[in-house]
Write a protein that binds this ligand. Structure first.
Ligand code: ADP
Ligand code: MG
Length: 332
């Protein structure tokens, strides 16, 4: 399998060497050609800087980056065959939609008829055929997002970088665009590197993902792996809202004396269950209820399907789980 993007011990530090801001700090990663790869992490964890390193708008202070096997340290952005859909879309407000999409081709010197034909093809791809003559200001947020996508795709990049592209959209539209983006990526077969701070988005869209924390990759793997087998407390907590159990509690549940994670949806009310505590909160979530339980010093959350009898706040209950649900973590 061909590797589209590879980072070897890549760092990007800012500021004085005496007190550097380590935006990206010793990152190794390998993104397969044709993958939908997500970079997930909280604000400030280094995701945008990684995209800028791939696109060439930023240079590493250490390490090397290869794109399709070629070290790109001396390759300027416009020769990398990589395009970016920016977080704020960065459309030209004074140009109409068609000219916005055709812009990159004009810069490359493509003739007018040809670049408009290509722009129209891209606008059809993102279902904006009828909007070519509008200005960006006359479009909805979702439509502007599609223009930004068409404008990047018209250059036929081998790698498309997307920096929180759906962050400005409301929930319904965001979900629709998630499906559409995923379908488009599969149809075109282009490698997508998709940055988001939304774990649901990353888990539902990506073939594989990297979880960033403080400029480092905390974990990399398939969504199923990262969700079910978080390596650290940070990952367990950030990717979904897992229960993180301190070593003593893990031990009292029959595990080793180590930090462990236990997903809320793996718990059920069970009179014989090993987790015993006091119900501190009940919250209605629509399709389910969330029950919080105080077990010693720990706060344990359980997701219980709607339609079951619910415990009273303040009552003592027991929760059970399958032994395989208790995931022991390597590190604190
Ligand atoms: P994310 O996209 O995950 O929110 P960024 O990659 O934008 O994170 O930033 C990572 C860290 O690097 C942040 O602390 C940010 O303030 C810092 N940073 C990014 N760019 C610069 C810069 N040009 N100069 C100084 N610090 C920067
Ligand atoms: Mg960012």
């Amino acid at each position: 399998m061909t590797t589209a993007v590879e980072f070897r011990a890549v760092s990007r530090h800012f500021g004085p060497a005496s007190a550097p801001v380590k935006a990206v700090d010793g990152v190794d990663l390998s993104i397969a050609e044709g993958a939908f790869f997500a970079m997930l992490g909280p604000s400030g964890s280094g995701k945008t800087t990684c995209l800028r390193l791939i696109s060439g708008f930023e240079s590493p202070t250490a390490g090397e980056i290869c794109i399709f096997g070629e070290n790109v340290s001396a390759t300027p952005p416009h020769l990398r065959n990589v395009n970016t859909v920016f977080q704020d879309y960065a459309l030209f407000p004074h140009m109409n939609v068609r000219d916005n999409v055709a812009y990159g081709l004009m810069v490359k010197g493509m003739g007018r008829a040809q670049r408009y034909a290509k722009a129209d093809e891209m606008l059809a791809l993102v279902h904006l055929d009828a909007y070519g003559s509008r200005k960006p200001g006359q479009l909805s947020g979702g439509q502007r997002q599609r223009v930004a996508l068409a404008r990047a795709l018209v250059n036929e990049p081998r790698v498309l970088l997307l920096d929180e592209p759906l962050g400005a959209l409301d929930l319904k539209l965001r979900e629709a665009m998630q499906d559409e983006l995923r379908a488009l990526q599969q149809r075109l077969g282009i490698t997508f590197v998709f940055v988001t701070h939304d774990q649901h988005e990353a888990l539902s869209m990506a073939d594989s993902l990297a979880v960033f924390n403080n400029g480092k990759i905390a974990q990399i793997g398939t969504p199923e792996d990262v969700y079910a087998k978080p390596r650290t407390r940070f990952v367990a907590d950030f990717v979904g809202s897992s229960n993180v159990l301190p070593p003593a509690l893990t031990r009292s549940l029959g595990g080793p004396e180590k930090w462990a994670s236990l997903r809320p949806e793996s718990l059920r009310i069970d009179p014989e269950g090993r987790l015993q505590g006091t119900v501190t909160a009940l919250r209605y979530l629509g399709a389910a209820h969330r029950v919080n339980l105080k077990v010693g010093e720990a706060d344990i959350g359980a997701i219980l399907p709607a339609g079951q009898p619910l415990p009273e706040p303040g009552s003592q209950i027991r929760l059970g789980f399958d032994a395989t649900a208790l995931h022991i973590m390597d590190e604190a």
